[in-house]
Design a protein around this ligand. Structure first.
Ligand code: GLC
Length: 549
């Protein structure tokens, strides 16, 4: 077993975590300031979203120099302090590597755009004519470059040009920069949209947005195996790939140990259950049965294929889970704990996104001027041009915008929630004085203490790591119930996803006469169930260890 299979990974969005310098944006020394807190919480790895040099058009996912720290985050010396201080507390740093594309301000692109015969021209993807492929941030995926009269491909913003991975020189540069960071002492990598790196030889048109041609593309496994040989082999690293619009078969291949590619994969299928007809920019409630079915299919499928899941509700691109799948009002605390238990008891490695552990909510911004995210602002413009009413655009944005998760971390009661000493780069939610770390540290019944307990449980309960997942009550419209089974013992996990009480009846074999029950965690004052018939209170959830007589 790998140690990272028993680990919990904490995601830091450094721009919104803590400003040591007291500025409007966070910095690396601000993360150092909070390492004692993270150690107390018990996490093993810190994934920091990109802090390398960047024009910040997409908050650092547009890198212009892979060997330099963006000045807004501090210096290389600060980064060395962070790695050292984190390691001293038993925490390893995971670097976010963005190599599907670079910023157009990167030296390679500056060279490439200058002439058709520049040696860097072939670092990017150029065509005389665009096809119908769409950018994931709206509009065409092609941008015209007047100087050389061709279009370059950008699957994201037009300032994020896609690299040409079929060029061996590009791959050699990528592996070199990864080795540089590996040798600096990072404990692993998070690989941004890594399943999009291999483009097809021919750029066909289709009647959708073209994603089927480059998602899990023709050479992607070959390139990841090469990366494994060139960077990972012989080193103790944990590597997670972010997989856009992927499928189970590919994720098994990316993450099973025999493939020698990655440690685990993120996928987003379970986070599209509030996209009616796959349309993100429409306000909609989530489909609970779809959520259960997708997560269960991935549990069973990854387990059967020997793959490994990265488990998450939240990240810097997603709304806050408690606002999305729980309740942001009277049941905020119990529903945040329920979501945490439901996720942390699954097979895979759980991720906690900053602020999730205190049950932070979507900020509910009313005005478009309060949003900062490039995707949100693009979509607002495109939808308004297409005639969608302002109020409809805003209703969807308020629910779905990536800025929902990017508001500053709420530390305490001080001005700006202790994040900075000046007005932050983006507004704080109004509930910051109510929901913050300081309040919850001293309250053993808080969401924060619940997360701390779950994180510790992963190290205490081997079944959480190896137990085989089995879903119960598959068609139940309000409760997600499952077992993690192994060698005669099992964990029973029950989660009511709604704000009303309900009764469930478990199958006969689950609770048997004389069995020993040990309650592991619960979000109410609960006792282990004595019978198969169980009444769950609003958002009630618990995990119990069962040993037959
Ligand atoms: C990933 C990142 C996202 C970024 C995109 C392009 O999806 O998580 O924040 O905008 O890739 O790099």
């Amino acid at each position: 077993m790998h140690d990272w299979q028993r680990s919990v990974i904490y995601q830091v969005y450094p721009k919104s975590f803590h400003s040591h310098a007291g500025n409007a944006t966070g910095d690396l020394l601000g993360v150092v300031d909070k390492l004692d807190y993270l150690q107390w919480l018990g996490v093993d790895y810190l994934w920091l979203t990109p802090f390398l040099r960047s024009p910040q058009r997409d908050n650092g996912y547009d890198i212009s120099d892979y060997y330099a720290i963006d000045p807004s985050y501090g210096s290389m010396a600060d980064c060395d302090v962070l790695i050292r201080e984190a390691n001293a507390r038993g925490i390893k740093l995971m670097l976010d590597i963005v190599v599907n594309h670079t910023s157009i301000e990167h030296e390679w692109f500056q060279q490439a755009r200058s002439s058709l015969d520049n040696p860097y021209r072939d670092f990017y993807i150029w065509r005389d004519q665009p096809n119908n492929w769409a950018s994931k941030f709206g509009g065409s995926a092609w941008e015209y470059e007047a100087q050389t009269g061709q279009y370059y491909l950008h699957l994201f913003d037009h300032t994020q040009a896609d690299l040409n991975w079929d060029n061996p020189k590009v791959r050699a540069e990528v592996y070199a920069l990864m080795r540089y960071w590996r040798d600096k002492g990072v404990g692993g990598f998070r690989l941004d949209v890594i399943n999009l790196i291999s483009k097809p030889a021919h750029f066909a048109q289709d009647d959708t947005d073209g994603r089927r041609f480059y998602t899990d593309g023709p050479n992607v496994h070959h390139y990841l195996q090469e990366m494994h040989r060139e960077v990972f082999a012989g080193h103790d690293l944990v590597n997670v790939g972010e997989m856009s619009s992927t499928c189970l078969e590919h994720c098994v291949r990316y993450s099973r140990p025999e493939s020698e590619e990655l440690s685990m994969t993120f996928n987003f299928h379970h986070l599209k259950v509030d996209y009616p007809d796959m349309q993100k920019w429409v306000r909609a409630d989530f489909d609970f049965l779809a959520l259960k079915r997708i997560l269960s299919d991935w549990q069973v499928g990854m387990q059967a294929g020997g793959g490994w899941n990265a488990l998450f509700w939240c990240n810097h691109d997603q709304p806050r889970a408690v606002s999305r799948f729980g309740h942001s009002g009277e049941f905020r605390v119990v529903s945040a704990k329920m979501l945490a238990t439901a996720l942390h008891c699954l097979q895979g490695t759980p991720y906690v996104f900053q602020g999730e552990e205190i049950g932070m909510t979507n900020p509910g911004f009313e005005r478009i001027e309060q949003y900062r995210d490039v995707e949100t602002l693009n979509i607002y413009r495109i939808q308004r041009e297409a005639g969608v009413a302002h109020d409809d655009c805003m209703a969807a944005i308020r629910q779905k915008s990536r800025d929902n998760s990017r508001t500053p971390m709420q530390w305490n009661h001080q001005p700006h929630a202790g994040f900075s000493s000046v007005e932050p780069w983006i507004d704080l939610p109004e509930n910051a004085t109510l929901i913050n770390v300081q309040n919850q540290m001293n309250d053993p019944s808080s969401v924060l203490h619940h997360y701390r307990r779950l994180i510790a449980l992963r190290r205490e309960e081997p079944l959480l790591v190896h137990g085989e997942y089995r879903e119960l009550l598959v068609d139940h419209p309000r409760v997600w119930a499952y077992l993690r089974q192994g060698e005669g013992e099992s964990l029973l996990v029950l989660n009511n996803f709604y704000g009303t009480a309900c009764e469930v009846e478990l199958p006969e074999h689950v609770i048997t006469q004389g069995m020993t029950q040990r309650l592991l965690i619960s979000n109410y004052d609960a006792h282990p169930p004595r019978t198969r018939r169980i009444c769950l209170r609003p958002y009630e959830s618990f995990a119990v260890h069962l040993t037959p007589l």
